[in-house]
Design a protein around this ligand. Sequence first.
Ligand code: 8YV
Length: 314
Amino acid sequence: MSYLILTETQLPPQMLEMIGDLCRVELWRGMETDPALLAEAEGFLTYGHPHIGGAEMDRMPNLRIISNFGVGVDHIDLHAARERGIPVGNTPGFVDNATADMTFALLMAIARNVAIGDRYAHSPEFTAYDPSILHGHEVYGSTLGIIGMGAIGKQVARRASGFDMTILYHNRNRNLDAEAETGATYAALPDLLAQADFVTLNVPLTPETRSLIGRDQLRQMKPTAYLINLARGGVVDHDALLEALTAKWIAGAALDVTEPEPLPRDHPLLALPNLIIAPHLGSATRQTRIGMAQRTVDNLLAGLHGQPLLSRVA
Ligand code: 8YV
């Protein structure tokens, strides 16, 4: 017995090995996909972020499981999946540490001019050491504002406590566990923005968090402060960010995610010296990818066999 599953990009060999002979894997080409494959597909493994809405689901009448590689499911219409009785699985818990590490990597990199320093040190211009250049912002002992105190935000806070940072956070609800464990203090969003030296975004993208950081919020930040986005591009209004970085309302920004992703190659954000950008590397460690792959495959197979998923989001 072999199930037909679709995926929008080639799966890495390690995942194919985990799936074994149980499934036949074919590529999803959006609405251009061969109707015979759509009619037969029983599983969908979203390896990147393809949009799967009600219209897409309706083209796959035999679909019994959508298994998402990753925790964020903003590209999948969960309401439409629930209405159609299609379970959706994701990988909570597996990405937390790697994403928190990367939040800190980008925070440190923008604070201490790592990217610009790297380009300078590689260039012919670097001919003599100069102690007067590229002075960054001290991270140790500074104030961190975490927006989104879920599992990833809490791991960011744990790292920040090692740097003796004053930790403020904003969340839909207070997270008493995180407060007790990390000494983080709940703050209203305007207070957090006004006080933080570094603001990290660790929220899922939902209708409530779309454009959470716009002109007004960037205006509330200190001119010496930095914004670090490891959530989704849509959480930040990119036009407002461009204005803020150009007019120096804030000192800089570090983005792991953008909308669209990638940005068009001639996007003006890419030309700014006070912005660093990574190609969505939040969870990209060898160790984390293995855990994510295993959970994605386990959810997929459970769904195909009509069993409860190990982590179900809809
Ligand atoms: C994944 C992510 O790399 O988990 C998430 O929500 O954004 C990343 O960890 C991505 O989803 C894989 O496509």
